[in-house]
Ligand binder design. Structure first.
Ligand SMILES: [Zn+2]
Length: 605
């Protein structure tokens, strides 16, 4: 049951004290969403009540009249002693405040929604960059390594440092102060808050991952109301939470087989990333599917060009005939920039021709800009988060530099066109900070003696970066002292992990313990964790995320904003509020149902 929380409206608060708490209503209280956007309306009652006693009104009018259809009454929902009324796929065309009241004859509940419209379209295109888990220290370190600093002044700035508009973003979700990437991306792409591990749904009482009340995604809105193109680009798995947030509806982000089907049905035009294992039928080596669906063939059959390497992607994008592009460059998450450009570790030897995020952005823009109606492109630097989790800051920072390069590609595209809104934002943060430098030349027997703080820190001595902003070495004698504030037991080595991505803790029984692999590293120190022993890595934080933006519509970003307001700015910039009469193309047909149902997993973050 979702408890009532403080109601925002005076109207609701005035009545609240008289109302016994019972059940839940979705969308939830204080939801503010786009007029005309689709959603499932659900009222949960805490007992099985005779359906003729149920009365549900919207601003005093029976809900059937408001929504134009009657809902389904579900007694003993999923075997419980509770019941629900659910009305799928409804919308509210008129902006305004809506009071929803539901009673079973004995107990009542109410929520208030604010439904907003939009003005006329201000921009042709929107490009949304997500630096997954990108924290302030990631940005600062990326600036230090790629631009250099002396006497307190940087020699340059990241491409998103000089954007004219900036906001602090609140990332918390319906169920928790700490979000994950599914929940936070859904906020950006639906305008509704959601819960940890959920995509495009409110988490209700339903037991089936796919039966929770859905809210319309940005991709669905674009494809239903316009002829614009949609691009989804990531260096993580394309089925991972952030890219899936563009189109998916499931209570569990780990439903990756189902998410692949939803991606196919989404109508997205450019799809670039890792995660090919979920596209392959189960009989194919390396497949992670449990059915015979061959999504590579299915995509090709509906007109997609396929690329599996950087070279193939560039060639396909350069072809003026290409308007649909599927690029799958890795069976899982792609390798990060430090491994691909400098160390050649991770899985780089097996997959040597993976594209940079900047190249993927360029290819996506080449293809999407062939659509005269405009486009929405989402580009995720997903590996920043994947390396912040295992306390591998060097890798996360090289990927932040890569994000800066990708954003520069978008800025070059937008140029003086003045028709493209560019947004760069994390989806959440990590607890990481730069505290000084580590100088191997300092005297002392312990590595902590070599940490310089305040005036002892001075400046690090990373070598001059290459033309892409990547220093050719991170293993320098005076390097950043950058530490994470939340961690499992692990061995701190005070050095970059040249041997491959860090694995701080390993499972022993039900707990995670420090990985002994690093015990013999010179100066390695055991750090006793400050997280529950079930945590295998560092975790997300509730710290605000920093958003920057440029282009038409960007002036709406300022001060502190909830993550759902980012959606509001996007749809306002694209003028998606008024109903339009543009005919949408016929929807694609789903292949045989994917079987997978996945339970909650500690690995979901
Ligand atoms: Zn994460």
């Amino acid at each position: 049951m979702r408890p009532y929380v403080a109601l925002s409206s005076a109207l609701a608060c005035a009545c609240f004290a008289l109302v016994a708490e019972a059940g839940a209503i979705y969308p939830i209280d204080r939801a503010d969403f786009l007029a005309g956007s689709r959603f499932d309306f659900k009222v949960e009652f805490d007992s099985v009540v005779p359906s003729d006693r149920i009365r549900v009104t919207v601003n005093g009018t029976d809900y059937v009249q408001t929504f134009g259809k009657a809902g389904q009454y579900v007694p003993n929902e999923d075997g419980t002693n509770a019941s629900s009324l659910i009305v799928r796929d409804v919308s509210l065309a008129k902006p305004g405040r809506y009071l929803i009241e539901a009673t079973d004859g004995e107990r009542s509940q109410r929520v208030v929604w604010d439904v907003y419209g939009t003005g006329p379209r201000k921009a042709k295109n929107v490009i949304l960059f997500i630096g997954d888990g990108m924290s302030v220290a990631n940005r600062t370190a990326a600036r230090i390594l790629s631009k250099g600093i002396s006497e307190g002044k940087y020699y340059g700035a990241l491409s998103f440092d000089d954007m004219p508009h900036m906001a602090l973003i609140g990332t918390s979700g319906v169920d928790s102060i700490i979000t994950d990437s599914a929940n936070s991306m859904s906020a950006y792409t639906t305008g509704h808050k959601s819960s940890v591990n959920a995509l495009g749904v409110y988490v209700s009482r339903a037991k089936d991952n796919l039966q929770h009340p859905k809210v319309e995604t940005l991709t669905e809105l674009i494809k239903r109301k316009t002829r614009m193109a949609v691009g989804i680009v990531t260096d993580a798995e394309i089925e991972d939470a952030t890219p899936a947030g563009m189109f998916a509806h499931t209570r569990r982000r780990a439903d990756k087989e189902i998410i692949t089907e939803q991606l196919f049905l989404s109508g997205a035009d450019v799809i670039l990333g890792g995660g090919s294992a979920y596209f392959l039928p189960q009989a194919t080596a390396g497949s992670k599917r449990k059915d015979t669906n061959d999504y590579i063939s299915l995509f090709q059959r509906v007109g997609f060009k396929l690329a599996t390497t950087d070279a193939e992607m560039k060639s396909a994008a350069a072809n003026p005939q290409t308007t649909k592009l599927l690029g799958l460059f890795h069976p899982e998450n792609m390798d990060g920039a430090l491994d691909r450009h400098v160390l050649k570790k991770g899985t780089v030897p097996q997959f040597p021709d993976q594209p940079d995020l900047a190249d993927m952005t360029r290819a996506a823009l080449d293809v999407l800009s062939r659509n005269k109606e405009g486009f929405v492109l989402m580009v995720e630097a997903g590996i920043i988060d994947k390396f912040n989790h295992p306390l591998d800051w060097e890798r996360s920072v090289y990927d932040t530099i890569m994000l800066s390069n990708a954003v520069q590609v978008a800025k070059d595209f937008a140029g003086k066109r003045n028709d493209t809104l560019i947004i760069v934002t994390p989806d959440h943060t990590h607890g990481v900070s730069i505290v000084g430098t580590i100088d191997d030349g300092k005297p002392g027997t312990e590595m902590r003696d070599k940490i310089g703080v305040y005036s002892e820190a001075g400046f690090p001595n990373y070598p001059k970066p290459d033309s892409d902003g990547y220093p050719p070495s991170v293993d320098v004698s005076k390097r950043l002292a950058m530490f994470y504030g939340n961690f499992p037991d692990y061995y701190e080595t005070f050095r970059p992990h040249l041997e491959g991505p860090n694995v701080p803790a390993v499972k022993k029984g039900n707990d995670y313990v420090a990985n002994e692999q690093y015990k013999s590293a010179p100066g390695a120190t055991l750090r006793i964790g400050n997280l529950p022993r079930a945590a295998d890595t560092g975790t997300h934080t509730a710290d605000d995320a920093i958003l920057t933006a440029i282009g038409p519509g960007s002036e709406a970003f300022h001060g502190f904003m909830e993550n759902v307001e980012v959606f509001h700015v996007i749809v306002d910039t694209l003028g998606l509020g008024p109903e339009r009469s543009v005919k949408a193309p016929a929807p694609l047909r789903a292949p045989a149902k994917a079987k997978e149902k996945v339970a909650a997993s500690a690995a979901e973050h």
